[in-house]
Design a protein around this ligand. Structure first.
Ligand code: FAD
Length: 410
């Protein structure tokens, strides 16, 4: 049996940022991160890998190099929670006890949720930027396609980086546009949702690109089955009267985004809400029933955009509130406003930078004269290509929080 004052489950974007934030505030704090993986991925880079812009190796670093000095690494997977006993159970039945627990285990990509997908992923023109090993295949396929049908899919919400399915479309189409191939390539976007993007202010700029690339939009179409060898895909189409019909398409290449759910061990635990996500207060990120428990990142049930940008803002909020609960000072809670960000790569060299909080409230980081997020911008592209990766590795994961000071309740 092991014990740590603070136990963090998951060494992803949220877990490492939080550990670093806690250490920056209170260097002597006894923290353990439970994480089974050897490699940590900068997933926001995968869209750029799929567009042939980033080298995949730049999006991966060893877990050991990122766990902050002085934080213990328990290299194991958590299997279950015992919040009444302040304990978690590891696979293999070891127990780890804590004073405070933070769940930052991310989400589960449910590849098995689409019939036939696992068998054909990475072959037959079937790809996904949602996997490190497949994002380079996207770029390979895009370069080799000269004529035919390119299909892009988006599953039901919530998903991490809601814009990523259409980012793959734009960067692929931009390549064909520049090569003069668009007249011979049909592009289809099958989207389980009813709108192109959930915050309406960004839709006009995106629609202009849909028109430029002559992409056909198919709303309320959910991918259910794929046959790689026959190059066919099937969708459920929800009709206005509530009935469903099956739609079939052929493809030469298809970019699939899998359905996304809470990790199994979280979904079946007492910490979960009815949908399976950790049930926390959306302002303080404290668990609604169990004292001393917090969640941040993709695993939390907060209605923000599930992004690394959200985790960057959440980490100092959780650090502050958790230290306060442990009696280390702070007379008020820090409050999270739901900030998340989605840099939509509409073409090489331009981005529509969506930044918004709870209720779709626009929360731009820059004054409008410098960078208007609702318009395609070259500066936003430079931010994504040059500035955000070092901000992630050198600031967010190291507890340097000049980009994310917690807002305190008055
Ligand atoms: P993760 O970073 O996924 O980390 C979860 C960690 O938990 C993993 O290390 C995992 O091994 C660990 N874990 C899982 N199960 C267990 C267990 N049982 N026990 C212990 N540990 C466990 N975000 C942006 O801000 N901007 C973007 O442009 C952007 N684009 C994206 C594009 C793509 C293609 C993808 C896939 C994601 C993108 N994101 C983007 C989203 C961003 O990557 C995630 O929101 C972010 O990584 C969430 O951090 P997290 O720590 O919650 O989860």
């Amino acid at each position: 049996e092991a014990h740590a004052e603070v136990v963090i489950i998951g060494g992803g974007a949220a877990g490492i940022a939080l550990a670093a934030s806690l250490k920056a505030r209170r260097p002597e704090l006894d923290i353990a991160i439970i994480e089974p993986a050897d490699v940590h991925y900068y997933q926001p880079g995968w869209t750029m890998v799929g567009g042939g812009i980033f080298d995949p190796a730049t999006t991966a670093k060893t877990m050991a190099s990122l766990i902050p000095a002085g934080v213990r690494w328990i290299k194991a997977a958590v299997a279950a929670f015992e919040p009444q006993k302040n304990a978690v159970i590891l696979e293999g039945c070891r127990l780890v006890t804590y004073r405070a627990l933070v769940v930052a285990a991310g989400l589960k990509l449910n590849w098995a949720g689409i019939e036939g997908l696992s068998e054909t992923l990475g072959r037959n023109g079937v790809t996904s930027n949602y996997r490190y090993d497949l994002a380079p295949y996207t770029w390979e396929l895009v370069q080799s396609l000269k004529r035919g049908r390119a299909v892009f899919t988006q599953p039901p919400m919530p998903i991490k980086c809601a814009g990523a399915p259409q980012k793959a479309l734009y960067l692929s189409a931009d390549h064909w546009y520049r090569q003069g191939l668009l007249k011979d390539i049909d592009i289809d976007f099958f989207n389980a949702g009813a709108v192109l993007f959930g915050v309406k202010e960004y839709v006009p700029a995106l629609m202009a690109y849909i028109e430029r690339y002559q992409a056909q939009l198919h709303f309320q179409h959910t991918l259910t089955r794929i046959d790689g060898e026959k190059k066919r895909a099937w969708f459920w189409k929800a009709d206005a009267d509530g009935t469903k019909s099956v739609i079939e398409t052929d493809f030469d290449i298809i970019h699939v985004v899998p359905p996304q759910v809470a990790p199994d061990f979280v979904r079946v635990s007492p910490l979960a809400d009815a949908a399976g996500w950790v049930d926390v207060d959306q302002s303080t990120l404290r668990h609604k029933t169990f004292g001393g428990v917090f969640a941040l990142g993709d695993v939390a049930n907060t209605p923000n955009a599930k992004t690394a940008a959200a985790a960057r803002k959440q980490a100092p909020i959780v650090a502050h509130n958790l230290l306060r609960d442990l009696g280390y000072g702070g007379d008020r809670d820090a409050i999270y406003d739901g900030y998340g960000s989605c840099p939509l790569t509409v073409e090489r060299g331009k981005i529509v930078l969506a930044e918004f909080g709870y209720g779709g409230k626009l929360l731009p980081s820059f004054p409008g004269w410098l960078l208007d997020g609702t318009k395609p911008s070259h500066l936003a592209w430079l931010l994504k290509e040059r500035a955000l990766p070092p901000i992630y590795w050198q600031a967010m994961l190291r507890g340097r929080e000049w980009m994310a000071k917690p807002e305190l309740v008055a």
